[in-house]
Design a protein around this ligand. Structure first.
Ligand code: SAM
Length: 257
């Protein structure tokens, strides 16, 4: 059975409704938190590129980087269809080697948690910092673990697009607080207009973070990135969030020193 990340179109459908609110937030954060004008922007782990495409449409010089060739092929197809340009690069976000410096970067909805060790997480943050101009910002969004986490949560979403009805079920099937890993199972059932049903199943690990663990990681890279603002998945630039154990959906704005 094919995996989730081999099907950018299903992945893209799930997050499509979030895109507009994220883009608005990014632009406000560029204005208010970056200490430079933002023109060139990087998305490490860009996936299906919904944000690369939306930001290119707003006039930013975008680069999307991802490990997955099928994701980047999908991004390039969307760009072509909308007559937009952006750079897409196959690469590992823990050791990026791009020819430009950027004014801003973003990585939302848990992509960062694909990095399973502290070493890789720190390497990623340093790699982003190396690619940012002074005063540029990195917007990082991820779920944090509440202290009383319900460890085998299940979520189900249904979306409709172009006559295809897609139900995505995400379940935590393994959870190890000591190793700081949870394994997610994603099941997609796509019912096409013709009645044909396609199923996609993926299982992948994500690193888990408590508030204390994320604060400790940010402290390790504080020589290059300062924590400039904390928000949540409401994406409201006027509402900051408190970085404590009650914060479960964090959007952190780090600024290059
Ligand atoms: C959740 S998806 C991307 C979502 C995208 N940021 C968005 O908000 O629409 C995660 C992506 O991270 C990519 N990825 C995972 N580990 C990576 C790494 N070490 N370097 C680059 N990309 C990576 C996967 O290939 C996948 O496309």
């Amino acid at each position: 059975m094919a995996t989730w990340y081999d099907h950018p179109e299903y992945f893209d459908m799930l997050f499509r409704d979030e895109t507009e609110g994220e883009v608005k937030f990014f632009e406000k954060a560029f204005e208010r938190i970056a200490k430079r004008k933002v023109k060139r922007v990087l998305e490490p782990g860009c996936g299906s590129g919904r944000l690369v495409v939306a930001m290119a449409a707003e006039g930013y010089e975008m680069t999307g980087l991802d490990l997955s060739e099928s994701m980047l092929n999908y991004v390039n197809k969307q760009l072509k269809r909308k007559k937009l340009t952006a750079e897409t690069v196959i690469g590992d976000m823990t050791q990026m080697d791009l020819p430009h410096k950027y004014d801003a970067a973003f990585c939302t909805f848990n992509t960062f948690r694909h990095l399973l060790s502290e070493k890789d997480a720190e390497a990623h943050l340093r790699s982003v910092a190396n690619h940012l101009n002074k005063g540029g910002i990195y917007i990082l969004g991820l779920h944090l673990l509440p202290l009383d986490a319900f460890e085998h949560a299940i979520e189900r979403f249904t979306t409709n697009y172009g006559g295809t009805r897609v139900t995505t079920t995400i379940k935590v099937i393994e959870f190890d607080r000591r190793k700081r890993i949870e394994v997610l199972r994603v099941l997609v059932k796509a019912t096409k207009r013709s009645g044909v049903i396609e199923r996609v199943k993926s299982e992948f690990p994500l690193r888990v973070y408590t508030c204390r663990q994320l604060k400790s990681l940010f402290k390790k890279v504080d020589d290059v990135l300062e924590l400039a603002a904390v928000h949540d998945y409401e994406y409201d630039i006027d509402e900051t969030a408190t970085f404590d154990d009650d914060l479960t959906e964090g959007v952190f704005v780090l600024r290059k020193r």
